[in-house]
Design a protein around this ligand. Structure first.
Ligand SMILES: [Zn+2]
Length: 274
């Protein structure tokens, strides 16, 4: 599932679409996340609009236009947003195609957990997906005092806390395990026991793992590719995620896998303290 570094990688590789004018719109008519269909009528009203910027908040992409609307895209589990030549054959599971003169921006999503929507400019944060998001994990410095105060209130596990998009937007399952390992914190630790130095380490670790993944073009475990179709290389650099039975890169103890709230969680039983 694409997380923040993968979505940011897609955002950066969409740069050639900026300045393009939407010349046509096609949708498959099939429902995506929660059976919601991309709004064909609203999208068609954007024919003639120029794409002025591609922004990101958490795992949402926003394609700004010079009309009063932006196109919101969430990749879900298997969504891909790629630039193609008009003559390139369309992949199966193509659900939205925006013509950009000789090129096309295509949204392909095999499992259909993604989203494509149109939001009014300036009203993006009112969209139900964006309204619940906390500060972006990469764009804004994490406020450690606020993080610690929220942790005291939540009384959940650190793993669930880091995954909570209302606390910090953009950290998913892979980078939650990675950041907790980097910060030497046990995923099962209760948040109200988080100390100020540990919160400081956690904030720094979250930023570090996301920036590292971004430098490597994102993590491709099964099918993530950027807007040019290139797979990320960060899977080769993961410290603990998907590494059960391997030695911990820090202390050589054997990495363990457990399941927390239905999600695979990886940690070192020796150097990540409880
Ligand atoms: Zn270790």
């Amino acid at each position: 599932m694409p997380e923040l570094p993968e979505v940011e990688t897609v955002r950066r590789t969409l740069a050639p679409a900026v300045g393009g004018r939407i010349s046509s719109v096609w949708t498959s008519g099939m429902g995506l996340h929660m059976a919601r269909k991309p709004p064909r009528g609203k999208l068609r009203k954007l024919v003639g609009a120029q794409i002025t910027a591609v922004r990101r908040h958490g795992k949402y992409l926003l394609l700004d236009t010079d009309h009063d609307a932006a196109i919101l895209v969430h990749l879900g589990m298997t969504g891909r947003l790629r630039i193609h030549g008009q003559a390139d054959p369309r992949a199966t599971h193509t659900h939205v195609v925006l013509g950009l003169g000789p090129r096309e921006l295509r949204f392909v999503d095999a499992r259909r957990f993604g989203q494509v929507d149109v939001v009014a400019r300036g009203q993006e944060r009112a969209h139900p997906g964006l309204a619940v998001l906390g500060p972006d994990a990469l764009d804004e410095a994490i406020d450690v005092a606020a993080l610690l105060a929220t942790a005291k209130d939540k009384r959940t596990t650190l793993k669930a806390f880091v995954l909570d998009q209302g606390v910090i937007a953009g950290v998913g399952n892979i980078y939650a395990s990675e950041a907790l390992w980097r910060a030497r914190l046990r995923p099962t630790l209760r948040t109200h026991k988080l100390t100020a130095p540990a919160a400081q380490r956690l904030a720094a670790a979250i930023r570090e793992v996301l920036e590292r993944a971004l430098d490597n073009g994102g993590t491709t475990l099964s099918d993530f590719v950027d807007a040019d179709g290139t797979a990320g290389e960060n899977a080769d650099y993961l410290w603990v995620y998907d590494r059960a039975g391997h030695p911990c890169p820090r202390c050589q103890a054997t990495i363990k896998r457990t399941v927390l709230q239905g999600r695979a969680t990886y940690y070192c039983p020796t150097c990540q303290t409880a």
